[in-house]
Design a protein around this ligand. Structure first.
Ligand code: FNR
Length: 357
Protein backbone atom coordinates (compact mmCIF):
# COMPACT_ATOMS: atom_id res chain seq x y z
CA UNK A 1 0.00 0.00 0.00
CA UNK A 2 1.20 3.55 -0.76
CA UNK A 3 1.66 6.01 2.12
CA UNK A 4 -1.37 5.82 4.41
CA UNK A 5 -3.79 8.70 4.00
CA UNK A 6 -6.15 7.93 6.88
CA UNK A 7 -6.17 6.13 10.22
CA UNK A 8 -7.73 2.95 8.85
CA UNK A 9 -4.89 2.64 6.30
CA UNK A 10 -2.54 2.29 9.27
CA UNK A 11 -4.68 -0.47 10.67
CA UNK A 12 -4.54 -2.29 7.34
CA UNK A 13 -0.73 -2.07 7.27
CA UNK A 14 -0.19 -3.13 10.87
CA UNK A 15 -0.62 -6.91 10.45
CA UNK A 16 2.40 -6.92 8.10
CA UNK A 17 4.53 -5.35 10.83
CA UNK A 18 3.37 -7.24 13.90
CA UNK A 19 3.43 -10.84 15.05
CA UNK A 20 -0.13 -12.25 15.01
CA UNK A 21 -0.14 -12.47 18.81
CA UNK A 22 0.49 -8.74 19.13
CA UNK A 23 -1.86 -7.72 16.34
CA UNK A 24 -4.65 -9.77 17.91
CA UNK A 25 -3.97 -8.31 21.35
CA UNK A 26 -4.22 -4.76 19.99
CA UNK A 27 -7.11 -5.31 17.59
CA UNK A 28 -9.23 -7.67 19.63
CA UNK A 29 -12.14 -7.27 21.99
CA UNK A 30 -14.01 -9.41 24.48
CA UNK A 31 -15.99 -12.52 23.54
CA UNK A 32 -17.90 -12.03 20.25
CA UNK A 33 -16.51 -8.51 19.81
CA UNK A 34 -20.02 -7.10 19.41
CA UNK A 35 -19.25 -3.93 21.35
CA UNK A 36 -15.95 -3.54 19.50
CA UNK A 37 -17.87 -3.42 16.20
CA UNK A 38 -20.64 -1.22 17.65
CA UNK A 39 -18.14 1.38 18.84
CA UNK A 40 -17.03 1.87 15.25
CA UNK A 41 -20.45 1.77 13.62
CA UNK A 42 -22.35 3.98 16.03
CA UNK A 43 -20.57 7.21 15.04
CA UNK A 44 -21.66 6.55 11.47
CA UNK A 45 -25.33 6.53 12.45
CA UNK A 46 -25.28 10.25 13.26
CA UNK A 47 -25.52 12.67 10.36
CA UNK A 48 -24.22 16.20 10.05
CA UNK A 49 -26.16 19.43 9.49
CA UNK A 50 -23.69 21.83 7.89
CA UNK A 51 -24.19 25.59 8.01
CA UNK A 52 -23.27 27.39 4.81
CA UNK A 53 -21.86 30.79 3.94
CA UNK A 54 -19.88 30.93 7.17
CA UNK A 55 -16.38 32.41 6.83
CA UNK A 56 -14.09 29.40 7.21
CA UNK A 57 -10.84 31.00 6.10
CA UNK A 58 -9.40 30.47 9.59
CA UNK A 59 -10.15 27.23 11.37
CA UNK A 60 -9.05 26.82 14.96
CA UNK A 61 -9.30 23.34 16.49
CA UNK A 62 -7.65 24.40 19.77
CA UNK A 63 -9.44 23.75 23.04
CA UNK A 64 -8.72 22.98 26.69
CA UNK A 65 -9.40 19.98 28.87
CA UNK A 66 -9.50 20.47 32.65
CA UNK A 67 -7.73 23.75 31.98
CA UNK A 68 -4.91 22.19 29.96
CA UNK A 69 -4.46 23.48 26.41
CA UNK A 70 -4.88 21.08 23.51
CA UNK A 71 -4.03 21.82 19.88
CA UNK A 72 -7.06 19.73 18.96
CA UNK A 73 -9.72 17.95 21.06
CA UNK A 74 -7.84 14.64 21.05
CA UNK A 75 -5.70 12.77 23.61
CA UNK A 76 -3.88 9.48 23.26
CA UNK A 77 -5.66 6.82 25.31
CA UNK A 78 -3.74 4.75 27.83
CA UNK A 79 -2.83 1.49 26.12
CA UNK A 80 -0.63 -1.11 27.77
CA UNK A 81 2.64 -2.42 26.32
CA UNK A 82 3.49 0.09 23.58
CA UNK A 83 6.89 -1.57 23.16
CA UNK A 84 5.17 -4.53 21.55
CA UNK A 85 4.55 -2.21 18.58
CA UNK A 86 7.98 -0.57 18.50
CA UNK A 87 11.07 -0.65 20.75
CA UNK A 88 10.73 3.07 21.54
CA UNK A 89 7.25 2.36 22.87
CA UNK A 90 5.62 4.95 25.11
CA UNK A 91 8.58 7.35 24.73
CA UNK A 92 7.94 7.57 20.98
CA UNK A 93 4.27 8.26 21.68
CA UNK A 94 5.30 10.96 24.19
CA UNK A 95 7.37 12.75 21.57
CA UNK A 96 4.67 12.51 18.92
CA UNK A 97 1.94 13.71 21.29
CA UNK A 98 4.09 16.62 22.43
CA UNK A 99 4.82 17.70 18.88
CA UNK A 100 1.09 17.51 18.09
CA UNK A 101 0.32 19.67 21.15
CA UNK A 102 -1.89 17.09 22.83
CA UNK A 103 -1.93 15.14 26.10
CA UNK A 104 -0.65 11.57 26.36
CA UNK A 105 -2.28 9.34 28.95
CA UNK A 106 0.29 6.79 30.07
CA UNK A 107 -0.90 3.34 31.18
CA UNK A 108 0.03 1.77 34.50
CA UNK A 109 1.06 -1.19 32.33
CA UNK A 110 3.52 0.75 30.20
CA UNK A 111 6.67 -0.98 29.02
CA UNK A 112 8.81 2.04 29.83
CA UNK A 113 8.62 3.51 33.30
CA UNK A 114 6.47 6.55 33.91
CA UNK A 115 9.65 8.48 34.74
CA UNK A 116 11.31 7.45 31.45
CA UNK A 117 8.23 8.57 29.53
CA UNK A 118 8.18 11.89 31.38
CA UNK A 119 11.82 12.45 30.42
CA UNK A 120 11.19 11.69 26.73
CA UNK A 121 9.34 14.92 25.93
CA UNK A 122 8.30 18.02 27.80
CA UNK A 123 4.61 17.94 26.90
CA UNK A 124 1.61 17.45 29.18
CA UNK A 125 0.79 13.97 30.35
CA UNK A 126 -1.66 12.20 32.60
CA UNK A 127 -1.27 8.87 34.34
CA UNK A 128 -3.80 6.05 34.04
CA UNK A 129 -4.11 4.17 37.28
CA UNK A 130 -4.99 0.54 37.89
CA UNK A 131 -5.54 -0.13 41.59
CA UNK A 132 -3.59 -3.07 42.93
CA UNK A 133 -4.91 -5.15 45.83
CA UNK A 134 -1.98 -3.89 47.79
CA UNK A 135 -2.82 -0.23 48.42
CA UNK A 136 0.83 0.46 49.13
CA UNK A 137 1.60 -0.41 45.50
CA UNK A 138 -1.18 1.87 44.26
CA UNK A 139 -0.13 4.73 46.52
CA UNK A 140 3.49 4.46 45.36
CA UNK A 141 2.37 4.72 41.71
CA UNK A 142 0.37 7.85 42.50
CA UNK A 143 3.27 9.44 44.36
CA UNK A 144 5.66 8.66 41.51
CA UNK A 145 3.28 10.14 38.93
CA UNK A 146 3.00 13.32 40.99
CA UNK A 147 6.77 13.54 41.41
CA UNK A 148 7.34 13.02 37.68
CA UNK A 149 5.06 15.92 36.75
CA UNK A 150 1.93 14.13 35.59
CA UNK A 151 -0.97 16.56 35.96
CA UNK A 152 -3.97 14.27 36.31
CA UNK A 153 -4.87 10.72 37.22
CA UNK A 154 -7.32 8.62 35.22
CA UNK A 155 -8.64 5.85 37.40
CA UNK A 156 -9.77 2.98 35.20
CA UNK A 157 -12.80 1.34 36.79
CA UNK A 158 -13.98 -1.14 34.17
CA UNK A 159 -11.46 -3.86 35.00
CA UNK A 160 -12.53 -5.31 38.37
CA UNK A 161 -11.78 -8.58 36.60
CA UNK A 162 -10.30 -9.16 33.17
CA UNK A 163 -12.62 -9.38 30.17
CA UNK A 164 -12.63 -12.63 28.24
CA UNK A 165 -10.44 -11.77 25.26
CA UNK A 166 -10.65 -14.99 23.37
CA UNK A 167 -7.98 -14.15 20.81
CA UNK A 168 -5.49 -13.72 23.66
CA UNK A 169 -6.50 -16.97 25.31
CA UNK A 170 -6.13 -18.90 22.05
CA UNK A 171 -2.78 -17.25 21.28
CA UNK A 172 -1.42 -17.64 24.82
CA UNK A 173 -0.81 -13.89 25.08
CA UNK A 174 1.98 -12.66 27.32
CA UNK A 175 5.07 -10.48 27.10
CA UNK A 176 8.17 -11.73 25.29
CA UNK A 177 11.29 -12.46 27.32
CA UNK A 178 12.90 -9.25 28.52
CA UNK A 179 9.82 -7.07 28.23
CA UNK A 180 8.38 -5.88 31.54
CA UNK A 181 5.76 -3.59 33.04
CA UNK A 182 8.48 -1.31 34.25
CA UNK A 183 6.31 0.75 36.61
CA UNK A 184 5.97 -2.34 38.73
CA UNK A 185 9.64 -3.35 38.78
CA UNK A 186 10.29 -1.79 42.21
CA UNK A 187 7.61 -4.02 43.74
CA UNK A 188 8.45 -7.16 41.79
CA UNK A 189 5.14 -7.29 39.88
CA UNK A 190 6.53 -6.50 36.45
CA UNK A 191 6.40 -9.85 34.69
CA UNK A 192 3.64 -11.15 32.48
CA UNK A 193 5.31 -14.26 31.19
CA UNK A 194 3.86 -16.37 28.42
CA UNK A 195 1.84 -19.39 29.50
CA UNK A 196 0.72 -22.09 27.07
CA UNK A 197 -2.90 -21.79 25.84
CA UNK A 198 -3.93 -19.06 28.25
CA UNK A 199 -3.70 -15.29 28.54
CA UNK A 200 -0.98 -14.42 31.02
CA UNK A 201 -2.40 -10.88 31.11
CA UNK A 202 -5.81 -12.15 32.16
CA UNK A 203 -4.16 -14.11 34.99
CA UNK A 204 -2.09 -11.11 36.03
CA UNK A 205 -5.12 -8.83 36.21
CA UNK A 206 -7.22 -11.35 38.10
CA UNK A 207 -4.50 -12.06 40.63
CA UNK A 208 -3.22 -8.56 41.27
CA UNK A 209 -5.81 -5.90 40.58
CA UNK A 210 -8.25 -4.92 43.30
CA UNK A 211 -11.65 -6.43 42.69
CA UNK A 212 -12.86 -4.88 45.94
CA UNK A 213 -12.65 -1.48 44.27
CA UNK A 214 -15.68 0.66 45.25
CA UNK A 215 -16.59 4.32 45.68
CA UNK A 216 -14.81 4.12 49.02
CA UNK A 217 -11.60 3.46 47.06
CA UNK A 218 -12.26 6.58 44.99
CA UNK A 219 -12.66 8.59 48.18
CA UNK A 220 -9.37 7.12 49.43
CA UNK A 221 -7.63 8.03 46.20
CA UNK A 222 -9.07 11.54 46.32
CA UNK A 223 -7.65 11.89 49.84
CA UNK A 224 -4.09 10.87 48.95
CA UNK A 225 -3.48 13.04 45.88
CA UNK A 226 -3.74 16.65 44.90
CA UNK A 227 -3.83 15.73 41.19
CA UNK A 228 -6.97 16.22 39.16
CA UNK A 229 -8.95 13.00 39.09
CA UNK A 230 -10.82 11.49 36.19
CA UNK A 231 -12.69 8.21 36.13
CA UNK A 232 -12.36 6.16 32.97
CA UNK A 233 -15.00 3.57 32.20
CA UNK A 234 -18.30 5.20 33.17
CA UNK A 235 -21.30 4.04 31.13
CA UNK A 236 -24.36 5.32 33.01
CA UNK A 237 -25.75 8.59 34.28
CA UNK A 238 -26.09 7.07 37.77
CA UNK A 239 -22.36 6.42 38.01
CA UNK A 240 -21.51 9.81 36.54
CA UNK A 241 -23.51 11.37 39.35
CA UNK A 242 -21.66 9.34 41.99
CA UNK A 243 -18.33 10.23 40.43
CA UNK A 244 -19.06 13.93 40.82
CA UNK A 245 -20.15 13.40 44.43
CA UNK A 246 -16.72 11.85 44.99
CA UNK A 247 -14.78 14.87 43.78
CA UNK A 248 -14.04 13.73 40.25
CA UNK A 249 -13.57 16.58 37.75
CA UNK A 250 -13.42 14.51 34.59
CA UNK A 251 -15.40 11.55 33.33
CA UNK A 252 -14.24 9.36 30.49
CA UNK A 253 -17.09 7.52 28.84
CA UNK A 254 -15.38 4.32 27.77
CA UNK A 255 -16.04 0.62 27.38
CA UNK A 256 -12.32 -0.10 27.19
CA UNK A 257 -12.44 -0.32 23.42
CA UNK A 258 -14.86 -3.27 23.62
CA UNK A 259 -12.32 -5.32 25.55
CA UNK A 260 -14.18 -5.81 28.83
CA UNK A 261 -17.96 -6.44 28.92
CA UNK A 262 -19.12 -7.52 25.49
CA UNK A 263 -22.67 -6.41 24.75
CA UNK A 264 -22.53 -3.00 26.40
CA UNK A 265 -23.74 -0.07 24.33
CA UNK A 266 -21.30 1.79 22.15
CA UNK A 267 -19.78 4.82 23.84
CA UNK A 268 -21.39 7.05 21.21
CA UNK A 269 -24.82 5.89 22.40
CA UNK A 270 -23.99 6.27 26.10
CA UNK A 271 -22.46 9.73 25.81
CA UNK A 272 -25.71 11.80 25.74
CA UNK A 273 -27.00 10.19 28.95
CA UNK A 274 -23.78 10.96 30.80
CA UNK A 275 -23.55 14.50 29.42
CA UNK A 276 -27.12 15.22 30.46
CA UNK A 277 -26.61 13.93 34.00
CA UNK A 278 -23.30 15.70 34.46
CA UNK A 279 -24.89 19.00 33.40
CA UNK A 280 -21.58 20.89 33.22
CA UNK A 281 -20.45 19.84 36.71
CA UNK A 282 -17.43 18.04 35.23
CA UNK A 283 -15.83 17.63 31.83
CA UNK A 284 -16.86 14.57 29.85
CA UNK A 285 -14.47 12.82 27.49
CA UNK A 286 -15.18 9.79 25.34
CA UNK A 287 -13.26 7.02 23.59
CA UNK A 288 -14.04 4.03 21.43
CA UNK A 289 -14.05 3.74 17.67
CA UNK A 290 -12.98 7.30 16.86
CA UNK A 291 -11.31 7.02 13.45
CA UNK A 292 -12.29 10.17 11.52
CA UNK A 293 -12.32 13.89 12.05
CA UNK A 294 -16.10 13.80 11.65
CA UNK A 295 -16.29 11.28 14.54
CA UNK A 296 -14.50 13.84 16.72
CA UNK A 297 -16.97 16.55 15.72
CA UNK A 298 -19.90 14.25 16.46
CA UNK A 299 -18.50 13.51 19.93
CA UNK A 300 -18.12 17.22 20.63
CA UNK A 301 -21.61 17.93 19.33
CA UNK A 302 -22.95 15.32 21.78
CA UNK A 303 -21.27 17.19 24.61
CA UNK A 304 -17.80 15.67 24.94
CA UNK A 305 -14.97 18.06 25.72
CA UNK A 306 -12.46 15.89 23.85
CA UNK A 307 -11.90 12.33 22.63
CA UNK A 308 -9.24 9.70 23.21
CA UNK A 309 -7.86 7.49 20.47
CA UNK A 310 -6.38 4.10 21.31
CA UNK A 311 -5.70 1.62 18.55
CA UNK A 312 -4.99 4.18 15.77
CA UNK A 313 -1.82 5.43 17.44
CA UNK A 314 -0.71 1.87 18.15
CA UNK A 315 -1.01 1.14 14.42
CA UNK A 316 1.02 4.24 13.62
CA UNK A 317 3.66 3.16 16.13
CA UNK A 318 3.78 -0.33 14.65
CA UNK A 319 4.13 0.87 11.07
CA UNK A 320 6.62 3.70 11.50
CA UNK A 321 7.50 4.32 15.15
CA UNK A 322 7.35 7.92 16.34
CA UNK A 323 6.91 9.19 12.75
CA UNK A 324 3.92 6.91 12.36
CA UNK A 325 2.24 8.24 15.50
CA UNK A 326 2.98 11.80 14.38
CA UNK A 327 1.43 11.10 11.02
CA UNK A 328 -1.67 9.54 12.57
CA UNK A 329 -2.12 12.66 14.70
CA UNK A 330 -1.47 14.95 11.71
CA UNK A 331 -4.03 13.11 9.60
CA UNK A 332 -6.63 13.39 12.36
CA UNK A 333 -5.81 17.08 12.79
CA UNK A 334 -6.26 17.67 9.04
CA UNK A 335 -9.57 15.81 9.06
CA UNK A 336 -10.85 17.81 12.03
CA UNK A 337 -9.90 21.09 10.34
CA UNK A 338 -11.51 20.01 7.07
CA UNK A 339 -14.68 18.85 8.81
CA UNK A 340 -14.94 22.11 10.80
CA UNK A 341 -14.68 24.06 7.54
CA UNK A 342 -17.27 21.97 5.74
CA UNK A 343 -19.81 22.16 8.58
CA UNK A 344 -19.27 25.90 8.98
CA UNK A 345 -18.05 25.72 12.60
CA UNK A 346 -14.62 27.41 12.51
CA UNK A 347 -14.01 27.23 16.27
CA UNK A 348 -14.58 24.38 18.71
CA UNK A 349 -17.05 26.42 20.77
CA UNK A 350 -19.35 26.63 17.72
CA UNK A 351 -19.79 22.85 17.66
CA UNK A 352 -23.05 22.05 19.42
CA UNK A 353 -25.98 19.68 19.29
CA UNK A 354 -27.50 21.51 16.30
CA UNK A 355 -24.71 19.98 14.21
CA UNK A 356 -26.37 16.57 14.37
CA UNK A 357 -29.40 14.89 12.93
C1 FNR B 1 -6.34 -0.51 25.97
N1 FNR B 1 -7.08 0.24 26.89
C2 FNR B 1 -6.56 0.45 28.15
N2 FNR B 1 -7.22 1.26 29.03
C3 FNR B 1 -6.70 1.52 30.25
O1 FNR B 1 -7.32 2.26 31.02
N3 FNR B 1 -5.50 0.98 30.61
C4 FNR B 1 -4.78 0.18 29.79
O2 FNR B 1 -3.69 -0.27 30.13
C5 FNR B 1 -5.34 -0.13 28.53
N4 FNR B 1 -4.67 -0.96 27.66
C6 FNR B 1 -5.14 -1.12 26.39
C7 FNR B 1 -4.40 -1.87 25.48
C8 FNR B 1 -4.82 -1.97 24.17
C9 FNR B 1 -4.01 -2.76 23.19
C10 FNR B 1 -6.01 -1.34 23.75
C11 FNR B 1 -6.48 -1.40 22.31
C12 FNR B 1 -6.76 -0.62 24.65
C13 FNR B 1 -8.32 0.94 26.46
C14 FNR B 1 -8.00 2.28 25.84
O3 FNR B 1 -7.53 3.19 26.82
C15 FNR B 1 -9.23 2.92 25.18
O4 FNR B 1 -10.29 2.94 26.08
C16 FNR B 1 -9.65 2.23 23.90
O5 FNR B 1 -8.54 1.76 23.17
C17 FNR B 1 -10.44 3.21 23.03
O6 FNR B 1 -10.93 2.59 21.90
P1 FNR B 1 -10.21 2.64 20.45
O7 FNR B 1 -9.79 4.07 20.18
O8 FNR B 1 -9.05 1.71 20.51
O9 FNR B 1 -11.30 2.17 19.54
Amino acid sequence: MARPINLCDYERLAPERLPALVYDYYAGGANDELTLAENLQAWGRWHLRPRILVDVADIDPHTTVLGHPLAMPVLTAPCAFNALAHPEGECAVARAATSAGIIQIVSTLSTQSLEEVAMAANGQRWFQLYCYRDRGVTRALVERAEAAGYTALCLTVDVPVAGQRERDIRNGFGLPAGMRCKNLTPVGLDQIELVADDSALQRYINELLDRHLTWESVAWLRSITRLQLLIKGILTGEDADLAIEHGVTGIIVSNHGGRQLDGVLSTCEVLPEVVETVAQRAEVLVDGGIRRGTDVLKALALGARAVLIGRPYLWGLAVEGEAGVRHVLELLHQEIVLAMALVGRPVVSAIDRTLLA
